[in-house]
Design a protein around this ligand. Sequence first.
Ligand code: FAD
Length: 294
Amino acid sequence: MKEHVPMSRYTTLGTGGPARWFDTPGTVEELVDRLAWAASEGVVVAVVGLGSNLLVADEGFPGVVLKLTGELARAETVEGALVAGGGVPLAVCLHRARAAELGGIEFVCAIPGTVGGAVWMNAGAYGGDVAGVLTRALVADASGADWRTPDELGLRYRSSGLRRGQVVASAEFALESRPLAEIKETVAAMQSQRKAAQPTNKRTFGSVFKNPDHDLSAGRLLEACGLRGFAIGGAQISPKHANFIENAGEACSADAVALIAEARRRAREQFGVLLQPEVQLLGALEIPTLDPQR
Ligand SMILES: Cc1cc2nc3c(=O)[nH]c(=O)nc-3n(C[C@H](O)[C@H](O)[C@H](O)COP(=O)(O)OP(=O)(O)OC[C@H]3O[C@@H](n4cnc5c(N)ncnc54)[C@H](O)[C@@H]3O)c2cc1C
């Protein structure tokens, strides 16, 4: 097990201090073994996928961070289904499905995460989400691993019922036969829509907030609050889409948290809307609470 590994290497924003311990289990047995060790030692445990929706404290994480590798990072298609380890990048899933002329997960072309992160978040885009294609997921914890249905996983809008210490080791997706040309066309359309609306080739962690129950999306609300381009330290609200924070220079996680707090404050003040973060926090990071009654 490695020690004091900088998490800035493992987050798409490029911020975050060191993990006290860092390990890369390659099989379900190794994964359960690490989780059992952490439980017996009273050590907190976290998993990192591609770190594409993750903000890690600048002080680091005082527990063990696991990154799935080996068998847990392989994908194959089997009789109309895609079977993928929790550590497989969604781009690889799409590639495998496309090669087998299987459709249904084209929406992941817009999401730079792994299978495990996507199940944890119930990731989705363009009308599709994980809950719509997932058949079951193998969830490991300190006592072993068992298969769970989407209902048992408690998948909801950008969240699941999974808790820290529960790790998605593998997942199965039900896909349908689709001509290659159709898959390519759908993916190209989604990608060009994405490029037109959101920052690309920037260090971000995707959507900062979930879309609220409001006529305006989180991005439109924050844009109306005049926040496009607003910066604190090295972090900046994207000039292109106000629900993204970019690392515009030497940002640290505290800069991003300060921007999140200011954006929530303004959305609340100007629209009476209490925005809920979509980004996942690791380590001693806290977003100041706002009184929900006001
Ligand atoms: C440019 C950009 C665009 C994006 N667009 C979208 C979009 O359109 N739709 C969308 O839904 N998201 C989007 N995201 C956010 C992000 O890609 C997704 O939330 C993705 O599912 C996160 O996956 P990850 O592997 O990077 O997880 P991480 O960011 O590494 O982790 C996120 C959470 O999942 C947990 N986790 C990771 N792996 C596992 C595992 N194996 N088992 C259990 N828990 C695990 C982590 O502990 C953490 O709590 C975007 C991000 C970026 C940077």
